[in-house]
Design a protein around this ligand. Structure first.
Ligand SMILES: Nc1nc2c(ncn2[C@@H]2O[C@H](COP(=O)(O)OP(=O)(O)OP(=O)(O)O)[C@@H](O)[C@H]2O)c(=O)[nH]1
Ligand SMILES: [Mg+2]
Length: 325
């Protein structure tokens, strides 16, 4: 299979440089991994199997102040001499209204800092979809020696929720002016949040939103040793973000102590394994179909409506399994 081919010399030396912390090598490897093709798999196979960094997802509705929070959290991390990786996932979505430029403006102070690597990613052009490319980029950032990786998504779709399934701590940011959309969204976000933040607490309605979220949380009590905090922040004015920073590390420590951390990482590894395996198997089967007479005939029958897609898939699977044995 093509993925078994060795890395070419240039990529191998990029990996060496990246492992030494070279930012240009990291940026180039991220570009390779974003392509989500065979080369990308080859790169990721050479990366450590487990994560060193703590990975934090920051999600919430458009304009909630996620990037401003990420920027402030980065400042705290840098004060503690941690190296930070930032991924702004899908900034080109119609929901976030050209946030790439905005994110750059909000994070200018960190753009010049060698201890911070910022990457904006779009879902477009990625075969495996946003979640798998984000995982790959997180892996690279981790391998390059980052201590804290912050992933920002706009929490609206399944893809973004999938990204959040693959971090260690999920921060959900909401804002007081939240309308009905956010009411609906809150239910989905409720399931995944480890920490709630009511940002823009300088606006009216913040206190009652905090109370509202707390009472919703009382209803969905998760008996896992972690009480989900509901914090209020003013990211713009750097108020309350210190506490958020503390709570992130507190969540890490508590979930390590209770065993949830290891459980979560094991589940993520299984999911990632299944996703990669599915992709490889599908690819291999598709290649086989185009070069094998029996398989092609079976698919042609399905195309003509003579047999059902279920029948065809099962028949292809049967023929392939026989070949593999
Ligand atoms: N009043 C007020 N405004 C804030 C606060 N925090 C952020 N903002 C402003 O809210 C706007 C949106 O902030 P961003 O950080 O870009 O929000 P975002 O959630 O990353 O936005 P998208 O990525 O586009 O979804 C900016 O104009 C910020 O300056 C706050 O605490 N109070
Ligand atoms: Mg943003």
């Amino acid at each position: 299979m093509a993925t078994e081919r060795a890395l070419d010399r240039e990529t191998a030396s990029l990996i060496d440089d990246m492992l030494q912390g070279n930012a240009r090598a990291l940026a180039r490897l991220i570009t390779i991994v974003e392509e989500d093709d065979e080369e990308s798999h080859r790169v990721l196979r050479h990366i450590s199997p487990s994560f060193r960094a703590h990975r934090v997802g920051v999600t919430g509705p458009p304009g909630a102040g996620k990037s401003t929070l990420v920027n402030r959290l980065t400042t705290f991390a840098r004060q503690n001499e941690l190296r930070v990786g930032i991924i702004c996932a899908d900034p080109s979505s119609p929901f976030s209204g050209g946030a790439v430029l905005g994110d750059r403006v909000r994070m200018t102070q960190h753009y010049m800092d060698e201890g911070v690597h910022i990457r904006s990613m779009s879902t477009r052009g990625s075969l495996g979809g946003l979640p798998s490319t984000v995982h790959g980029v997180v892996r690279l950032m981790d391998a390059s020696g980052k201590d804290l990786i912050l992933v920002e998504t706009v929490g609206v779709g399944q893809m973004e929720l999938d990204v959040m399934e693959n971090v260690d701590t999920v921060v959900v940011a909401l804002v007081p002016e939240a309308g009905d959309d956010v009411q609906a969204m809150k239910a989905g976000l409720m399931e995944i949040a480890d920490i709630f933040v009511v940002n823009k607490a300088d606006r009216p309605g913040a206190d009652s939103l905090v109370v509202g979220i707390r009472s919703m949380l009382d209803l969905v009590c998760r008996d896992n040793g972690w009480t989900i905090p509901v914090l209020s922040t003013q990211a713009e004015h750097n108020i309350g973000v210190g506490e958020l920073y503390e709570q992130i590390w507190h969540h890490r420590k508590t979930s390590i102590d209770t065993g949830l951390f290891a459980e979560r990482r094991a589940r993520q590894r299984r999911d990632e394994f299944t996703a990669v395996l599915q992709k490889l198997v599908t690819q291999e089967f598709m290649n086989a179909i185009s070069s094998d007479h029996d398989l092609a005939a079976c698919v042609a029958q399905m195309n003509e409506g003579e047999i059902s897609p279920y029948e065809a898939a099962e028949e292809v699977f049967r023929i392939m399994s026989r070949k593999l044995h």
